[in-house]
Design a protein. Structure first.
Lengths: 207, 247
């Protein structure tokens, strides 16, 4: 028996609450020194030799006074070098078996840095079939953040793809686009700082 | 998977930002410097948000879902009121979400966390670590065993105490569904006093995070049961009850 459920019967999404100062106990127990049975999930994005260009992404998250958050947790989610996701929903082909596409990192308790050892993602399609520029989804939680913040990292060495990207094209305040661009050093090391407030406030998404 | 159920078919329903807490809630002081000021940029979900890593039951150890035992010495267990927490993870259409990963963390029965930054004078329990994880079954149901955490003071106002709570991190089938929240306990007098609970915009939202004592599921002479159901965002498409979500 099937029954169509109309939109007005929808249940409300569970409300968010801050991850608080001790998010690492639950999400990166090894980072906190808990001698539990499992390795920290998301710590290794590469499980063997990977396709494509290997890169690193490092950065910090700054509050409205310019201080780095030293108690945050960052997650990233991205396609592999061919633009395929290691996901159940990926119907376009099989993603690189040695690449999870998902990373999780606690910011350093002293310096506030996060770091991901990953690969440069390939382009993936927009719902209308156009290609999006290579990008990485970021999700940030911490004490003082009531609901996780979504943003995207784009690459400053992809000017043509960025110029054609459906989302970057829709941003009215063009001077804010650099807040979404990771700066590469030409050798595979990218820097991506996130500003929660202030003149350089990162563009956050309601997706 | 048929093409009609593949990614890109029907984006996720946008979050109701009036229902979800605001970024800036001044009574919760840390939010003042950590809340973005500019409006969020809205756009429809694409495959980047409609996909998510897959977590299999094979990643779990036998005690991952038992916080009374997973840090305890052999033959011992954590101190505190023994409880099981049970519920169903579902989407906005009430469809169970199979394979959802729940990661949980909490203070011990005295209200103290096992963390280097923790400063509360309540003692550590040598048999309690405070983290666990569980993956939902084919119908979206989960259960884990723990001890009821204690309320604890925190530096915000001059005398703020958190109600007893368990933190939940939830992975559904899409990064668009990613959620972290806290579960409270029915009847706790600290709930209406807490500035973090106060970040919620309505009594109904507080109610949605309040677990109910479930005597029918209580394990006699062992552990009381609390029920906490979780709702993640749903996809905008024709929904039929007998089609498992995301399969
Ligand atoms: Fe807490």
């Amino acid at each position: 028996m099937t029954r169509h459920i109309s939109p007005d019967e929808r249940l409300p999404e569970t409300p968010s609450q801050t991850a608080g100062p001790y998010v690492h106990i639950g999400c990166t127990p090894g980072f906190t020194g808990l001698s539990m049975a499992w390795p920290d999930a998301g710590a290794q994005m590469k499980t063997g030799p990977v396709k494509g260009r290997e890169i690193t992404i490092t950065g910090r998250i700054f509050d409205g006074m310019g201080a780095p958050l030293r108690d945050a947790m960052v997650e990233i989610w991205q396609a592999d070098a061919d633009g395929l996701f290691a996901a159940a929903h990926e119907a376009r082909g099989e993603a690189d078996r040695n690449f999870t596409g998902w990373g999780r990192c606690a910011t350093d308790m002293e310096t506030g840095h996060f770091r991901f050892d990953t690969v440069k993602p390939g382009p993936v399609p927009w719902p209308d079939g156009r290609l999006q520029a290579p990008h990485i989804t970021f999700w940030i939680v911490a004490r003082g953040i009531n609901i996780g913040l979504h943003t995207r990292l784009y690459f400053d060495d992809e000017p043509e793809a960025n110029a054609a990207d459906p989302i970057l094209n829709r941003i009215e305040h063009r001077d804010r686009i650099p807040t979404l661009l990771a700066r590469g050093d030409g050798a595979g090391a990218y820097t991506f700082d996130i500003h929660l407030q202030g003149p350089q406030e990162t563009i956050f998404f309601d997706i | 998977m048929s093409a009609s159920e593949g990614a890109g078919e029907g984006g996720f329903i946008p979050r109701d930002r009036r229902w979800q807490p605001d970024a800036l809630t001044p009574a919760y002081k840390t939010s003042v410097l950590r809340s973005p000021k500019a409006p969020l940029l809205s756009f429809p979900t694409s495959i980047s948000e409609e996909t998510s890593p897959v977590f299999g039951h094979d990643m779990l150890g036998p005690l991952d879902d038992d916080l009374t035992l997973n840090f305890a010495q052999d033959g011992q267990s954590a101190i505190g009121p023994r409880i099981v927490v049970q519920g169903r993870v579902q989407d906005e259409y009430g469809r169970g979400i199979a394979g959802a990963l729940l990661e949980i963390w909490q203070a011990n029965a005295g209200g103290r966390y096992r963390h280097v930054k923790e400063g509360y004078i309540a003692p550590l329990d040598p048999n309690f670590g405070g983290c666990g994880r569980v993956i939902t079954d084919d119908d979206g149901r989960y259960t884990f065993r723990t001890i009821q955490p204690g309320p604890y003071p925190w530096p915000n106002g001059p005398n703020d105490w958190r109600p007893a709570h368990i933190h939940f991190s939830i992975f559904g089938h899409a990064f668009a569904q990613r959620l972290i929240t806290q579960m409270y306990f029915e009847g706790d007098p600290h709930i209406p006093l807490c500035p973090i609970v106060g970040s919620l915009n309505s009594p109904a939202a507080v109610d949605a995070l309040t677990a109910r004592l479930d005597m029918a599921q209580t394990i006699p002479m062992d552990a009381r049961a609390y029920r906490f159901d979780i709702v993640l965002r749903g996809r905008r498409q024709s929904i039929f009850e007998n089609r498992p979500e995301g399969m």
